[in-house]
Design a protein around this ligand. Sequence first.
Ligand code: SDX
Length: 432
Amino acid sequence: MKLADNKATLSFSNGSPSIDMPVYSGNIGPDVIDVRKLYADSGMFTYDPGYLSTASCQSGITFIDGDKGELLYRGYPIEQLADKADFLDTCYLLLNGELPVGQQSKDFHKLINQHTMVNEQMQFFLRGFRRDAHPMAVLTGLVGALSAFYHDSTDINNPEHRHIAAIRLIAKMPTLVAMAYKYGLGQPYMYPQNNLSYAGNFLRMMFGTPCEEYVVNPVLERAMDRIFTLHADHEQNASTSTVRLCGSSGTNPFAAIAAGVACLWGPAHGGANEACLKMLGEIQDSGGVAKVGEFMEKVKDKNSGVKLMGFGHRVYKNYDPRAKLMQKTCDEVLKELGLENDPLFKLAKELERIALEDEYFVSRKLYPNVDFYSGVVLSAIGIPVNMFTGIFTLARTVGWIAQLNEMISDPEYKIGRPRQLYTGSVRRNVQR
Ligand code: SDX
């Protein structure tokens, strides 16, 4: 970051001395006011619950322009990566800052493929769960448990440990997600088959059985790979900020990523795709497109507590570019599977059409986000609703790791420790 030819002066109406604060610029995007010395100079904190106006760090990984609806991974537009790179090349880009070329790409794909198996003990860990446990509860446990198996890569301050932990997490997440799915079905686990692509391997571990050969459908394989790319990273979202804060204590990378898994599960965040498909299903069951108007009135009624899941975003005040790519992927998958008339997809398109013309949504700049169509395409591929956030977890793991490693590699990083505005009881004595 570089000092801007600007500064901020904070003045107080009660006559307290004004305070000058430096302003820094990044390469693109808003400048920042450096308030690090504010408490020391004024005895006051900034107040920003939800961090609506707070930059928690500097980062060179992902840039979002919410007004333009632009998403860049290391400077490359998501539309170009979704079209010209596969997910593992995108992982390499997020981790290393550049796309792999030639042998670099082949070596990285091979390295990941050599770490796809998990310790055989992990299957016994799963047995502690009820068969109907939510897969995200299982995954939160499994990812945290990885730190019990890989003591040779838990020192977050060791660059070599950070590297091997990154490879292990990216490589093993598909295996763990598929195991969580199979455990819920009561079906045997499928071992990874390393002659398949990353996405093909995942589809086989999810839908294959030992009883017959599983043939990967190339259209679904490409769609799955693109879905992973679209979810790979997204600046300082709630789960990434959780991973950064958790990792800032120096805990091991597996524990920090497990914290991210737990955060992503929430319906306001990664759980929105599951909530969105449930919402579409409920509208469909109550009468489908004919009931959309009635549903929309509920959404606009503050007292109903009903939200249009998959719509709105803290940063995007324009179309989420991932939603457009997800809709295109949806089209391709439904056509491949002969489901062009999928009622949920048609319902989703009608909901989107109505919302984009409705003053309530237009005035609040509410547009479809990444979760609006992902549920429809995941469902068409055969992934059950309760596994949707698991897919998001699989894809976002690389983003969490890249952001965690960027923080730990920054010599200026400190343990995160926000303060508060205290509104509780003043000092008082126990009267007993
Ligand atoms: C993800 O941060 C990231 O980058 C996340 C993510 C990533 O890749 O990591 O992009 C992934 O989490 C996508 C978002 C998935 N969540 C949903 O789809 C759930 C539905 N969306 C909302 O819960 C909401 O839009 C949020 C949580 C996503 C954003 O909320 P904000 O920024 O805190 O905005 P807000 O709640 O203050 O809303 C502003 C107004 C409010 O109305 P008013 O009080 O001004 O009258 O818009 C309304 C809200 O009530 N509103 C909605 C709405 N979202 C916001 N009204 C109806 N339906 C919605 N979906």
